[in-house]
Design a protein around this ligand. Structure first.
Ligand code: NAD
Length: 472
């Protein structure tokens, strides 16, 4: 159809997490005439979003929130947070579903399939309270075909007078660079049904993004392509990390240097230099769960070879974490009892306080099991968070006895037998941390393991600094 879509006036975002919060903030910033309200089941999370201590750390996030939420530039505030989910849903004409979709832990598909319980509960909530037409947008990363399940739930439970259009609009932001990624996205994908209504709904969402994203970057495609493209993109990023990490094992065994190798390989313009840093393994809430989800989808489609191929990406990652911890132990004469190991960085990558699936949890766990005393410092992760993550997998009394958390790097490193950099925070770069460089004898003579935790293009600066990565 050539008629232009009815402009969106009110947006409700269900889920105030790493995606829902920042995405809604940037939408509100660029659409001052649209009221954007984020809702969540967690009252604590909503209260934090309303305060000066936001529930997540992301460079540049607070400035955008303040602008739209408080109207700091003199504009009328159009960015709100609420625990009144029903009312916010019913007032909105467009609803973003940005709830968590973790790996299922029990029952059919446990350990692989995406758990759609939160998506289902959001859809049921919408069905129960909606009294006017809505455009429903899948922001969460979901298995291919989820829009059909949402459609079924709405059809079965909503009033027959209310019409719903369902769109897929996956989020590609990376933690640590979320605001930059949202302000200048590589692309915005909008998946819809190919009929008039579908195209119309896609047009309405495209208008929202069009207020700051160039038209040529807004891609409208088929609903199923859009759902699957998000999973595929994350899987290919994770696969690249596992590829370079698998090569790092060969490098260490042969005298080749993984940094030189990555540099040389990345000069091939078909391969390119990004996402080619070896590390102690990828972390974060998405890569592992999305790879497992794709592998599970392949399995249910009776494509066992495809499933095995993608599973190997996760297998190599587990292997890399274990190999890394073993290397530290071996380097210290195969015994860590009575030794102190300093751990710099606990977040799964720099510029975030997020520790979900961080390789540090596994690696520190293995060092604890070897009997080491652990001294941890991370610029953004609280002591409480670190202890909670470690006690999830190890007895509380062991963590209490063997782990200390410090407020700065130098104190954590004092008297350590080894200093292990697990997150590439800028402050751990040797040129920016002269204190680590000048740390004398005790630490310097021992071992420094540097590792790359990079999952983002932006962290490729300062390469030379890590050229000598490895044991020194
Ligand atoms: P999150 O856990 O930080 O946030 C999800 C929020 O949704 C939670 O606060 C939870 O309380 C809330 N919620 C769940 N069910 C609800 C309901 N029925 N009603 C109201 N609130 C509800 O998760 P996240 O990291 O923001 O990820 C959300 C989705 O986005 C996932 O599917 C994820 O795969 C995807 N994604 C995440 C990232 C990332 O970097 N974190 C990037 C791209 C895509």
């Amino acid at each position: 159809g050539s008629i232009s879509p009815r402009p969106v006036k009110k947006i409700c975002c269900i889920g105030a997490g790493y995606v829902g919060g920042p995405t809604s903030a940037v939408i509100a910033q660029h659409n001052p005439d649209v009221a954007v309200t984020v809702v969540d089941l967690s009252e604590a999370r909503i209260a934090a979003w309303k305060s000066t201590a936001l529930p997540i750390y992301e460079p540049g996030l607070y400035e955008v929130v303040e602008l739209a939420r408080d109207g700091t530039d003199g504009r009328t505030p159009n960015f709100h947070f609420s625990t009144d989910i029903s009312r916010t849903i019913d007032e909105a004409d467009l609803i973003l579903i940005a709830v968590n979709t973790p790996t299922k832990t029990v029952g059919l598909g446990a350990g692989g399939a995406s758990d759609l319980a939160y998506v289902e509960s959001a859809a049921r909530h919408i069905a129960e309270v909606a009294t006017s037409d809505k455009i429903i947008v899948e922001k969460s990363t979901v298995p291919c075909g989820t829009a059909d399940s949402i459609r079924e739930i709405l059809d079965a439970h909503a009033s027959p007078d209310v019409h719903f259009d369902i769109l897929s609009n996956p989020e590609f932001l990376a933690e640590g660079t979320a605001i930059n990624d949202l302000q200048k996205p590589d692309r915005i994908l909008i998946g819809s049904l190919a009929d008039d209504r579908g195209r119309h709904a896609a047009g309405a969402l495209a208008q929202v993004y069009g207020s700051w994203v160039p038209q040529e970057r807004i891609i409208t495609i088929n609903l199923w392509s859009s759902e699957l493209a998000k999973l595929a993109a994350n899987c290919m990023l994770a696969q690249r990390i596992s590829s370079i990490n698998s090569l790092s094992a060969i490098c260490e065994a042969t005298g080749a240097n993984i940094e030189e190798l990555a540099f040389a390989v990345g000069l091939d313009t078909r391969i390119g230099p990004k996402m080619l840093k070896s590390s102690a393994g990828f972390g974060g809430s998405c890569f592992k769960k999305d790879v497992l989800s794709l592998a599970y989808i392949a399995e249910t489609l009776h494509l066992p070879e495809v499933s095995a191929y993608w599973k190997s990406v996760v297998d190599i990652n587990e292997y890399q974490k274990e190999r890394f911890a073993k290397r530290i132990t071996k380097r210290l004469y195969n015994t860590l009892r009575l030794k102190k190991i300093a751990i710099l960085g606990f977040a799964y990558k720099k510029n975030t306080g997020d520790t979900r699936e961080s390789a540090a949890i596994t690696i520190v766990g293995q060092l604890i099991a070897e009997g080491a005393r652990i001294a941890i410092y991370d610029p953004q992760v609280s002591e409480q968070q670190i202890r909670q993550d470690l006690t999830y997998e190890h007895p509380a009394e062991v963590v209490k006895k063997q782990v200390e958390v410090f407020g700065d790097a130098i104190s954590a490193c004092a008297d350590a037998s080894a200093v292990v950099i697990l997150t590439e925070w800028d402050e751990f770069k040797t040129d920016q941390t002269p204190d680590i460089n000048s740390m004398d004898s005790a630490v310097r003579k021992q071992l420094v393991e540097r590792t790359r935790r990079s999952h983002s293009a932006s962290s490729s600066e300062g390469d030379a600094d890590f050229r000598d990565s490895g044991f020194v």
